[in-house]
Design a binder for this molecule. Structure first.
Ligand SMILES: CC(C)(COP(=O)(O)OP(=O)(O)OC[C@H]1O[C@@H](n2cnc3c(N)ncnc32)[C@H](O)[C@@H]1OP(=O)(O)O)[C@@H](O)C(=O)NCCC(=O)NCCS
Length: 177
């Protein structure tokens, strides 16, 4: 348990119903829970973690593979969805999930981690505007809200590329975009 009173841990199959309930409560709709169920069905979750208090699931985050055009070698991941149950928000649970998730990504030598979300929230974890690295999301123009962390190896060998690199999330994300 950390000093905030919650535990961040790996997900087991029997947690899935509770996770879906947290996603539905946090987003106020079922789309994100449905998205994650599709990712599970298609074995498309690369890393996931949950937050728990007293045996109850209160938060969840997932990382799934993304693709780039022009392509990029290595482990490329998208963070999302991230959700904390309404009664437990603004207590650092979301931050703890993201930090633990990013640690796992780094340990597994992720080369690129992308996120679409509130720029101020994600900037604190080191996510930088994707546009600064000539990358964009394949969906709508999300501007500053589409952000990336470049892992190891960096992009120096590709930095001269003229092309904008277009990033696609797993097709299951179409339900929420
Ligand atoms: C976004 C979310 C995961 C953050 O989790 P959390 O545990 O509440 O966040 P933390 O406690 O780690 O961080 C709190 C800080 O984040 C910021 N913050 C929290 N929720 C935010 C939001 N929806 N938008 C922007 N900033 C937010 C605030 O600055 C807050 O600081 P403050 O309390 O001093 O004002 C949670 O609010 C949530 O589940 N929201 C609904 C689902 C959602 O929007 N998910 C993100 C999709 S990208």
């Amino acid at each position: 348990m950390n000093k905030l009173g919650h535990v961040i841990r790996k997900v087991r199959k029997e947690d899935r119903e509770e996770i879906a309930a947290v996603l539905t409560a946090a987003f106020g709709q079922k789309d994100e829970a449905e998205l994650v169920k599709q990712l599970w069905t298609q074995n498309a979750v690369k890393f996931e973690r949950l937050a728990e208090v007293g045996g109850a699931v209160i938060g969840y985050c997932a990382f799934s593979p993304i693709t780039c055009k022009p392509s990029l070698d290595g482990l490329l991941l998208g963070l999302g969805p991230l959700a904390v149950a309404p009664d437990h928000q603004r207590q650092g649970v979301g931050a703890a999930l993201v930090e633990e998730g990013l640690k796992v990504c780094r340990e597994n030598k992720a080369r690129l981690i992308a996120v679409l979300g509130d720029p101020d929230y994600y900037a604190r974890f080191g996510f930088e505007p994707a546009a600064e690295k000539k990358m964009t999301w394949a969906g709508f123009d999300a501007g500053d809200a589409f952000r990336i962390i470049i892992g190891d190896p960096g992009l120096s060998d590709e930095s001269d590329a003229e092309d904008i690199r277009v990033i696609h999330y797993h097709p299951a994300f179409d339900i929420v975009s």
